[in-house]
Design a protein around this ligand. Structure first.
Ligand code: BG6
Length: 516
């Protein structure tokens, strides 16, 4: 009997004994969370609702505590009201009074800015009180949902006020939201600051794309099946297109977005992570170390195009239409300087110099105010080497493609040629679809539910490690520096699919972008 079969047999005898059995609910032990930046968009729209959803699914410990830290002069009840409103508006699961009552008993608020020593002392005291009255056991995660320029201040204060210190049986973790630096140099400086206070295993960097079901499913699809692996290489794959299109503009985020732009905002993190998952070799297991090793191999094998002018494109949206409404151009958005050169669209070609991928371009694109919201990975296959049909029979046949639909219409599509019914031989593209809604009754948790639970459990595989973050900046830095040297970006009208230069970039390679 193989070792694998022994394990299965043992688990069948007593499933509760098998720590590997992922069907058992993963429930966090005694703990609490402190959020810095509770008044921000991210906290209100994602983090707080996710905490409620976890509580409502029974995945938080009964004494879970949530401490808000911000400048407002609030009492605990005011903070609770803010969380209440955000949960009512954004939570995924139904609002239940009994869940709310138990959860909100653990809410506390500490008022202060990041330089306020007295407030940090109060925070320490608050946490100690919670350990006593709520049984949080000294286990607390500090969630930095704040602009990155404040990270060093907060990390420094956590150190000064002994908030990062752990007892023999307790833990302290820090959760850092992107952007993780704005280039390699600043990312390294930030890592150094954080690691002075928290050991690497206590640092959780959020890339919320890794928390999405459809993104985790890339690994399931690739490594739980036999049929994809033989064709997952340069012999069969022509190229890969990774698209993250948004119909929204920059909303109220001018302060963050201007000067950062599309490439640093999402290509450096979400899209390069997607690329790594598509391109990596099979990991020896799904633990954090094995995943990191394989992703790192991909990122360190990336080759930039020699001609950045020909193989990258960037643009900025001008006024146009979105969802039937007239919308302003980027430089007319509130708080954006009229002469801003920040790109709101970016497309780049990357090559991966490995035996598996040599000669297969990976095209990554992202833009705001595009035709519609869609994120997908399209693996486009080569044409059959020979077609025993007349030219007219295959006029409407394009290339086979496997499209992983990350959002919003989650699923996978396989495109291939099929005979059109009739007396003549005519072949046309058809789609075979897998849709989450049609195959599963379970609805997908929000990315933040999964990631927050993993932080509380201390489970790191879905969090990018420092090496991946730095390698990603190494890829991106030369591109954004090149763009900066070229002044103003191209433009595209809001509601369209990006600047003409992006289409030209692919046309030069004899290809075209998919129109999702
Ligand atoms: C964030 C970016 O990381 O992802 C935003 O900073 C972007 O600019 C957002 O809008 C998109 O996330 P999602 O999950 O809606 O695709």
């Amino acid at each position: 009997m193989s070792p694998g079969r022994v394990r299965v047999a043992a688990a069948a005898a007593n499933p509760l004994r098998d720590p590997q059995d992922r069907r058992l609910p993963r429930i966090a032990g005694p703990c609490g969370m402190v959020i810095f930046g509770v008044t921000g968009d991210l906290s209100r729209k994602k983090v707080m609702p996710a905490i409620y959803d976890l509580a409502s699914r029974g995945l938080l410990p009964p004494g879970f505590s949530l401490v808000g830290y911000a400048r407002r002069d609030w009492a605990d009840q005011d903070f609770a009201q803010v969380v209440h409103d955000s949960v009512k508006e954004h939570a995924r699961t139904e609002f239940r009074e009994e869940v709310w009552d138990q959860l909100s008993e653990g809410f506390r608020f500490v008022s202060g800015d990041f330089a306020d020593d007295v407030a940090f002392d109060t925070l320490r005291q608050t946490i100690q009180d919670l350990d006593r009255v709520r049984g949080t056991g000294g286990n607390h995660a500090f969630y930095l949902s704040i602009p990155p320029r404040f990270f060093p201040d907060v990390i420094g204060q956590l150190k000064e006020h002994a908030l990062a210190e752990v007892g023999p049986d307790s833990w302290r973790r820090v959760v850092v939201e992107k952007p993780f630096g704005s280039d390699l140099k600043s990312a390294r400086a930030l890592n150094a600051t954080i690691h002075e206070v928290f050991p690497p295993e206590s640092v959780f960097r959020i890339d919320h794309y890794l928390g999405k079901e459809t993104v985790q499913n890339i690994l399931a699809m690739r490594f739980a099946n036999e049929m994809f692996e033989p064709i997952w290489n340069s012999h069969y794959v022509d190229h890969v297109q990774i698209t993250m299109a948004e119909d929204i503009g920059i909303g109220g985020r001018a302060g963050y977005y201007d000067g950062i732009g599309a490439a640093r905002d999402v290509i450096q993190n979400h899209l390069l992570q997607l690329m790594a998952l598509i391109a990596m070799e099979e990991p020896t297991s799904f633990d954090a170390r094995s995943l990191r090793v394989e992703k790192q191999k991909v990122l360190s094998s990336v080759v930039l195009p020699r001609r950045l002018d020909l193989h990258t494109a960037r643009g900025q949206y001008t006024a146009g239409w979105a969802g039937g409404v007239k919308v302003p151009g980027y430089t007319q958005e509130q708080d954006i300087p009229a002469d801003s050169t920040t790109e709101t669209y970016a497309a780049i070609r990357l090559d991966i110099d490995t035996r598996r991928w040599s000669g297969v371009p990976f095209y990554l694109r992202h833009g705001k105010r595009l035709g519609r919201r869609v994120t997908e990975v399209a693996v486009v296959f080569k044409r059959a080497p020979h077609l025993p049909f007349t030219e007219t029979a295959t006029e409407e046949l394009t290339q086979n493609a496997l499209v992983i639909r990350v959002q919003p219409d989650e699923g996978i599509t396989l495109r291939f040629g099929s005979k059109v019914p009739g007396s003549a031989m005519e072949i046309r593209d058809v789609n075979m679809d897998f849709a989450y809604g049609g195959s599963f009754t379970e609805s997908s948790p929000e990315a933040y539910e999964r990631l927050i639970l993993d932080v509380l459990l201390g489970d790191p595989p879905l969090f990018p490690q420092v090496e991946e973050v730095e390698l990603s900046w190494k890829i991106l830095d030369p591109i954004v520096q090149y763009w900066a040297s070229r002044g103003v970006p191209d433009t595209y009208e809001a509601g369209t699919w990006g600047p003409a230069s992006a289409a030209a970039m692919l046309a030069r390679d004899g290809r075209s972008w998919r129109r999702p």
